[in-house]
Write a protein that binds this ligand. Structure first.
Ligand code: AMP
Ligand code: ZN
Length: 318
């Protein structure tokens, strides 16, 4: 990084290059072709790294059952981040009233009602209920990629409301899960170092809500349940988490009744790459034009030189 920490200047430079497309929603920008190509290539690199692990690849929509969010305690721990889907259920008269309020520039949301779904807050959430009951010997390993929602609007380009997480989820005995998490921490560090990013790992905590939340965060740190891989993107002093490792102990397995083949309470852990943040870290450290990136980094992300790549500049902004 050569310029001073300035998240807004970084945002504007990304927009000027057509890498991100401002939409008026803070933390809700669009992605240009080059940004998206980098993100997809990084995701493919992760897939190649994990190819021999035998993970089951599962795909879910970006909404989850409201009951799932309630059951796992999300509204107790992170109510400030939750996103709820509401829709219109009325008849003719209510539809007219809704339209009139919208046209008059008045508030109208009280004419909607709550639906059965909420926005997915973490890519791994829909996985746990699948494994209620006894696991097969050796447990399960799942790969998921999904759009997730977090209500944290910000002008800062690394803090998005809607972004993608590539996750691996392990459901097995405590020993298996912890060994898997430790091995992946090492592996992810090496993977990100191979992309010439100045990464560091550290113990971390989730942003639990309120006064009680501070206690939960301290306990999570003390038990070393969450680790993050960090890299400076918008601040040298406060590096940004680009990958997280969470050991949930029996939190999800007790909610969903997940037991090992031997009948013990199972343990779960997940690791998640924040795909937009990894993309932004690469752009920050190697420059806004991937054609100018170090040869070793380009080789890892674009191993097949024959594959056409979108040009670095958006035609409307160059
Ligand atoms: P978490 O579930 O909070 O540990 O998040 C998993 C990963 O998602 C983090 O390591 C970040 O890379 C990424 N992430 C979390 N929050 C945001 C956000 N608001 N905007 C973009 N990426 C995020
Ligand atoms: Zn997860």
């Amino acid at each position: 990084m050569n310029d001073a920490d300035d998240p807004v200047a970084f945002h504007d430079a990304l927009a000027a290059h057509g890498l991100i497309l401002p939409t008026g929603v803070p933390g809700g920008y669009g992605r240009g072709a080059v940004f998206e190509d980098i993100l997809q290539r990084f995701n493919e690199l992760v897939s190649r790294e994990a190819a021999d692990d035998g993970a089951e690849s599962l795909t879910f929509p970006p909404v989850v059952a409201r009951g799932l969010i309630e059951k796992v305690g999300y509204l107790d721990n992170f109510p400030q981040l939750a996103g709820s889907v509401h829709s219109f259920f009325g008849g003719e008269a209510e539809a007219k009233a809704l339209s009139a309020r919208v046209q008059a520039g008045e508030r109208w949301e009280d004419l909607l009602d709550i639906t059965g779904v909420m926005l997915t807050p973490a890519a791994c959430y829909p996985v746990y209920p699948l494994f209620s009951g006894r696991l097969r010997p050796g447990g399960r390993l799942v790969s998921v990629l999904n759009w997730v929602y977090r209500h944290e609007p910000s002008a800062e380009p690394t803090r998005l409301q809607s972004f993608r997480m590539r996750e691996f989820v392990r459901v097995a005995s405590t020993d298996e899960v912890v060994a898997w998490r430790d091995a992946w921490l090492e592996r992810a560090m090496q993977l990100l170092q191979s992309l010439e990013l100045p990464v560091a790992s550290d113990v971390a905590a989730d942003p639990f809500f309120g006064r009680g939340g501070r206690f939960l965060a301290a306990s999570q740190r003390e038990q070393r349940l969450k680790f993050e891989i960090l890299v400076p993107i918008v601040s040298q002093q406060k590096p940004t988490a680009i990958c997280s490792f969470n050991w949930h102990q029996d939190h999800f397995s007790s909610v969903f009744g997940i037991r090992t083949a031997g009948g013990e309470m199972a343990s779960t852990a997940c690791l998640g790459f924040g795909l937009e943040r990894v993309t932004l870290a690469l752009l920050r450290h190697h420059g806004l034009d991937p054609l100018q990136w170090p040869a070793g980094v380009r080789q890892l992300l674009w191993p097949d030189p024959a594959t056409p790549r979108p040009s670095a500049r958006c035609p409307t902004t160059s």
